[in-house]
Design a protein around this ligand. Structure first.
Ligand code: UDP
Ligand code: MG
Length: 315
């Protein structure tokens, strides 16, 4: 029997919290009855600086439901940092945590299988999306394209796994040693090691409300997912530069030969084209370099990932 913590980040989720707490409470009661988790297992909601009454609802749930705990972050730090805040708060208070979005799009019945795998010595269990029928075409397409680019860049991440996973207290202690500021958990956690496994995760619709992942938040996550783990983009720019150098040398040879043979080369449009082409490649190159330097800058500053302003916890 383990003491389980279910960590769930919430950003403006007042529409889903009651239903989410109800379903997770039923699940915990069921697992307690089956003798798989202890009675003092708990749900830890992380309020990620919501602008609505999410925190008030968590406080109300805490008063009426012995499973519900919560922490209130001082401001919005984003999904990844909110999960990290929850896991680090749960660390030392449990034997294992499951992280799950509070809209419960993930399959909560998979949690029991995660615990069973842990009982057999597995330290990290990844929920892997087997069906995305509830996701829109755009979501499916962008996610899949991203996973492909990521793996072609040599990032070692679990295909079709988001942040629905189980981690044992050993794995949590290992994660706590990572000093990263640009947090991309799906990339960091596979580098921890230990015995891992996957369980199937059938995605359903959100309980209620709209996605809280804005397009810019998604782009930032995708950029972190590649540039925090791979320096291939810089190598690609270097290769492009080398190719351009070779082709410009070839061009010089061509011009000299055509002059010697008495051909006149007017070529205004080809000149303009190459100027713009070279200009854009240089700009992209600087942009990619800038992304990496920006990352080093945030790592060096070493600011805290999140600040907890209130907490409602059992010991
Ligand atoms: N979330 C968060 N901080 C944010 C944005 C989202 O804690 O800045 C939470 C949100 O409440 C949800 C989870 O992260 O529990 C995933 O967000 P969402 O379901 O909106 O994303 P989607 O499933 O559409 O990718
Ligand atoms: Mg969701």
């Amino acid at each position: 029997m383990i003491r389980l913590a279910i960590v769930s980040p919430c950003y403006n989720e007042h529409e889903v919290l009651y239903e989410s707490a109800k379903r997770l409470t039923e699940l915990l009661n069921d697992l307690i009855a089956k003798g798989k988790i202890t009675k003092d297992s708990f749900i830890l909601y992380v309020n990620d600086g919501s602008k609505d009454d999410t925190w008030d609802i968590i406080c109300g749930l805490h008063a009426s439901n012995r499973f519900v705990c919560g922490i209130n972050l001082a401001h919005n730090v984003g999904h990844q940092n909110a999960i990290m805040a929850g896991m680090m708060t749960a660390k030392g208070r449990c034997d294992g945590v499951v992280t799950i979005d509070c809209d419960l799009q993930d399959d909560i019945t998979a949690i029991e299988r995660m615990i069973d795998l842990h009982a057999n010595g597995i330290e990290i269990v990844y929920g892997v999306k087997v069906s995305r029928q509830a996701d829109s075409f755009m979501k499916k397409f962008t996610a899949q394209t991203f996973y492909r680019i990521q793996s072609s860049m040599g990032v070692d991440a679990v295909y079709n796994h988001a942040d629905f996973r189980f981690m044992s207290s050993r794995a949590l202690n290992a994660l706590a040693q990572y000093p990263e500021r640009n947090l991309y958990l799906r990339g960091i956690i596979p580098t921890i090691g230990f015995r891992t496994a996957t369980v199937d995760d059938v995605i359903s619709e959100r309980i209620a409300g709209q996605s809280k992942y804005s397009f810019s938040k998604m782009l930032r996550l995708a950029s972190d997912g590649i540039t925090s783990f791979s320096s291939k983009p810089m190598i690609i720019v270097l290769a492009a530069g080398t190719l351009m150098l070779i082709s410009s040398l070839a061009m010089i040879v061509y011009v000299v030969i055509s002059l010697l043979m008495g051909h006149y080369v007017p070529g205004w449009s080809s000149l303009m084209l190459s100027v713009w082409f070279i200009g854009s490649v240089i700009t992209i190159g600087i942009g990619i370099l800038g992304t990496y330097i920006g990352k080093m800058y945030t790592e060096i500053k070493h600011r805290p990932l999140y600040i907890v302003s209130d907490s409602l916890l059992h010991e």
